[in-house]
Design a protein around this ligand. Structure first.
Ligand code: ADP
Ligand code: MG
Length: 261
């Protein structure tokens, strides 16, 4: 761990144009992310919590440049990712990775696991061609799967195993930062802790920096010391998990804690 920021978000906003039929009757703009700022030190995890629709995923996508902001900036190692050169942008795609709530989003159902994991190795030229098969086996091993599974399709695995494959794919490019967008929300409780342990082990081993999104503090407290509480596109408070638990500053945070104790 260090005090050096890997990634920093400054006054980030993302407004969507919506029509009048939405719940905010007279508003044509939905302020999904409404001026948030925070930073994550290298090798650390920032937990982002809040109810559905509070803007967590949009924040994550903006940090990966998968969406463009209405205004504001995202800095990786001090450089604004929205001002990258083409070459730097290509490199960014391998440095910044994502693990989804539903691993199926990252796994093509028509491809066997070997091909799914070989693809990023090829695109980003991670290992020489003749070492790709060995690397796929190594990745499966790291996430607790067997190389015998290489020829199977995603649907032949359980949800927890599919999430392991999603994690293998995310780390295959040897990234610096991984957006973990509710990576255990869809899993059985007994499987959740195994996946959380895998993520924390990988973090230590490879000095990974995480943005860890979850609904409530109960999941986030296993992986993160620092948490931001999001509500209607704004960060209501940022602090240490224990402090926020013991003395929430905002009524919304209190409500969230009682909903997800
Ligand atoms: P969370 O991940 O916290 O559930 P999201 O970031 O997915 O929240 O969404 C925040 C708000 O922005 C929601 O009201 C959602 O409906 C809206 N939203 C997200 N993406 C779009 C989009 N592409 N177009 C219009 N509205 C969107
Ligand atoms: Mg979301």
């Amino acid at each position: 761990m260090s005090n050096e920021k890997l990634i920093e978000v400054q006054n980030l906003k993302k407004y969507f144009d919506v029509n009048n039929s939405n719940i905010f009757k007279n508003e044509k703009t939905l302020k999904a992310v409404d001026g948030i700022s925070f930073g994550i030190n290298k090798g650390e995890t920032f937990g982002l919590v809040g109810e559905s629709g509070s803007g967590k995923s949009t924040t994550g996508l903006l940090m990966l440049r998968l969406l463009s902001p209405t205004s504001g900036s995202v800095y990786v190692e001090g450089e604004d990712i929205y001002k990258y050169s083409k070459a730097k942008f290509r490199k960014m795609r391998k440095d910044l990775q994502i693990i989804f709530q539903d691993a199926s989003w990252a796994l093509d159902p028509k491809m066997i696991i070997e091909d799914i994991l070989t693809e990023p190795l090829k695109i980003h030229n991670i290992v020489p061609r003749f070492e790709r098969e060995k690397e796929v086996k190594r990745l499966l091993n790291i996430v607790g799967l067997s190389s015998k599974d290489m020829k199977k399709f995603p649907h032949e695995f359980s949800g927890g195993q599919r999430q392991r494959i999603g994690i293998a794919k995310a780390i295959s490019t040897r990234p610096k930062f991984i957006l973990c967008d509710e990576p255990v929300s869809a899993l059985d409780v007994s499987i959740q802790s195994k996946i959380l342990n895998l993520l924390t082990d990988l973090q230590k081993e490879y000095s990974l920096t995480y943005l860890f999104i979850a609904h409530g503090l109960n999941v986030v407290r296993h992986v993160s010391n620092t948490v931001g509480v999001m509500y209607l596109g704004k960060l209501m408070e940022i602090g240490k998990v224990d402090d926020i638990y013991n003395s929430p500053k905002h009524p919304y945070t209190e409500a969230l804690i009682s909903a997800f104790p």
